[in-house]
Write a protein that binds this ligand. Structure first.
Ligand SMILES: NC(=O)C1=CN([C@@H]2O[C@H](COP(=O)(O)OP(=O)(O)OC[C@H]3O[C@@H](n4cnc5c(N)ncnc54)[C@H](OP(=O)(O)O)[C@@H]3O)[C@@H](O)[C@H]2O)C=CC1
Ligand SMILES: C[C@H](CCC(=O)O)[C@H]1CC[C@H]2[C@@H]3C(=O)C[C@@H]4C[C@H](O)CC[C@]4(C)[C@H]3CC[C@]12C
Length: 294
């Protein structure tokens, strides 16, 4: 499932082309920064209609302006929090109202968490499940009629930490594992019911977004991969209707091959990626934590 490989549709290989996303109506969540922001810029260069969302209006405004400069067919934003399921549904309805439908739903946002030993805060796990998981479910349910109509795609941005137990991201990992369970199961039902909506689960390693670097750069022994390239690979994976996308393939897919035959070896390999002496008991928030983390 590496990038640039052709896929086969009815025995005909389909290679990637940016034209695939030209004129398509796409929602990108969590697009005020990081990988989501980069996906918005790629989509703009490809000539898509883009609807982006996150909480910070001032950043969304700037991203939308840049998307227009880069050639987006149209670009707009809605600001709000994915803690609120009504907001999640509202974003999807906006696609119906202003774009007349939807071709691709890219679920990418993640709420603030911490990088450190699990602190036992059950309320935080619940809140993160709402933001990172339930809002993805709510948006999918709302978008499904439009996606069935367009025979479109759902792209779910997940992590190695949603496939394997990584330390120091316990609440976050729980939300990412939940995404795999929900969307892999839903994909099966789509097949059984002949629903032609693709679901691409994206398994990412360490990426050089501000958030990730701030949280973990000094603790991890692996170099981060570039976010713009990562964003493009996610879009390719979605456009090619891949089942799963691994970025970067060598450091994400290959370790997972050990999971079923040598789980303890994989666990040890994972732990060896961390400078454990730098963790301590203090907690590092991914972005600077807002005062209301609980
Ligand atoms: N970077 C990495 O190393 C890795 C990242 N990933 C995944 O990639 C995706 C993007 O990560 P990355 O780009 O690093 O993250 P960023 O922190 O850069 O972006 C997160 C986005 O989510 C938005 N967001 C945060 N909280 C909320 C909320 N309550 N409601 C709505 N939007 C919210 C943020 O904007 P705002 O604050 O304005 O709301 C921002 O736009 C995530 O799904 C992450 O799990 C996976 C593996 C590794
Ligand atoms: C180091 C891991 C990859 C191993 C490898 O490439 O060999 C990373 C896999 C998952 C990453 C974490 C993640 O998904 C959640 C966080 C995302 C945040 O934005 C901050 C950093 C993360 C803790 C991130 C850290 C690297 C990984 C564990």
């Amino acid at each position: 499932e590496g990038s640039g490989h052709p896929i086969w549709v009815s025995q005909i290989p389909v290679p990637w082309s940016p034209e695939m996303l030209k004129g398509k109506r796409v929602i990108v969540t969590g697009a005020s920064t990081g990988i989501g922001e980069e996906m918005a810029y790629h989509l703009a260069r490809m000539g898509s209609h883009i609807l982006i969302t996150a909480r910070t209006e001032s950043k969304l405004q700037k991203v939308v302006e840049r998307c227009r400069e880069l050639g987006a067919a149209s670009a707009q934003y809605i600001s709000g929090t994915m803690e609120d399921m009504a907001f999640a549904e509202h974003v999807v309805k906006e696609a119906q109202t202003s774009l007349g439908g939807l071709d691709m739903l890219i679920l990418n946002h993640v709420g603030t968490s911490y990088f450190g030993y699990f602190d036992g805060d059950v309320g935080h796990v619940r809140k993160l499940l709402e933001i990172n998981f339930l809002s993805y479910v709510a948006m999918t349910v709302s978008a499904l009629p439009m996606l069935k109509e367009s025979e479109g795609s759902i792209v779910v941005v997940s992590s190695m930490a949603g496939k394997v137990g990584f330390p120091f991201t316990v609440p976050y990992s729980a939300t990412k594992f939940a995404l795999d369970g929900f969307f892999s199961s839903l994909r099966q039902e789509f097949h059984i019911q002949n629903i032609n909506v693709s679901i691409t689960l994206c398994i990412l390693g360490f990426i050089d977004t501000d958030r990730a670097l701030r949280a973990a750069a000094d603790v991890l022994l692996v170099p981060p991969a570039p976010r713009a390239e990562c964003a493009l690979e996610i879009l390719k994976g979605g456009a090619l209707r891949r089942r799963e996308l691994y970025y970067r393939y060598g450091s994400t897919r290959l370790p997972l091959l050990l999971r079923d035959c040598a789980a303890e070896l994989l666990d040890r390999l994972v732990r060896s990626r961390y400078r454990l002496d730098r963790i301590g008991t203090g907690q590092r928030r991914h972005p600077p934590a807002p005062p209301d983390r609980r």
